[in-house]
Design a protein around this ligand. Sequence first.
Ligand code: PLP
Length: 430
Amino acid sequence: MNQLAINGGTPVRTRPFTEWPVHDEREVEAITEVTRSGKWWRFAYASGVELNEDLSGRDLSKVVQFGIEFARFQDARYGIAMANGTGTLEVLLRALGIGPGDEVIVPAYTYVASATAVLQVNAVPVFVDVQADTYNLDPTLLEAAITDRTRAIMPVHFGGQSCDMDAILAIAHKHGLAVIEDAAHGHGSEWRGRKVGALGEGGSFSFQASKNMTAGEGGIVITNDHDLAEKCDSLLWAGRKKGRPWYEFHQLGWNYRMTEFQAAILLVQLQRLAEQNERRMENARYLSQQLAGIVGIQPLRWDERATKHSFYLYILRYDPAAFAGVPRTRFVEALSAEGIPAATGYTFPVYANPMFASQNFHGKGCPITCPYYGKQVDYAAFAAACPVTERACYEESIWLEHRLFLGERKDMDDIVEAIAKVKANIGSLK
Ligand SMILES: Cc1ncc(COP(=O)(O)O)c(C=O)c1O
């Protein structure tokens, strides 16, 4: 019998997958150019640029230029680049006037920032479960979560697949709610032929190291709303106002500025994104076809209306019953030993993290006990309302990173072979 690598056998694969980040001389030249220029900082607050105008021949800060180019790429009019994709969410919420006493609906299956950005503006995150077969916010559960305090819905395009934006936008319009897309995974992703991020009021992206384009850190807000763009730009500049003296501050802002170095790298990374995403989609499609015959391991459903999928994460649903009851963590260890890097994803649903369990938000209990809100939110109670998220976190989800999908078909065949091998030898894993 072909012994499992975890038990001392020969691994299916010893060759590494594509390393991430992908980079070449263009990034080196971009950084060198910024270094030599001495312009290391976004050198104009009020850029004076109408964001959809012709840029040729203009001496623009790279940060401003990147904001414009990324927004264009993502089918939006305005792009406001920032330091990271957590601050962008906070800025967007603040710019929309969301604050104490307000509720924002967020999916329970997401990175903590989707919820903590809401807490940072002293509003209350209300968790809604995700769909069992896409791990995206379940629109059929939204209306039951809407109260007279709800101000916004924050869909997260999980793993790079667009949420059902038709359903979410329809419900938001019916109830007069803002839609803030957390598109931290959605670079280049589309919903019915339109890129995500500015399908509602505005959206946020992350350029942190693991993302499909990166400068190590970074983020951006995109929107089609001029006033919202201006408010965001002011907030990330400590509350300055376009056209007003430098040391004049008009609203409570912060410093979320991106550096010229980050923007220079991101301008290069953006050039590769569309082609890389095509390759990810092609390999993902092929892998899903090849996995169809293996009972108990099922990729998330790719909704055909999600016309482009960034595949930031390719997610498998693991059914221990089809693997002789072997828990997912053990299966993932065996798969990794076969040379296929895999992970189980989030430790907890967001609401089950220690900070929610202890209600330790701002030391003095705000926003949950603040006078505007006046009641205690029982975050533990969300467990009963979010069975899909519970299962995904504790039993089911297996994440494969997007870099695995940047190589050849043979890489996909190795993934299939390793999964089949572990399954065939599952008895030896116990
Ligand atoms: C869904 C989601 N939202 C927000 C963020 C925050 O982005 P950043 O790490 O750039 O602050 C992340 C980062 O992983 C994320 O996955």
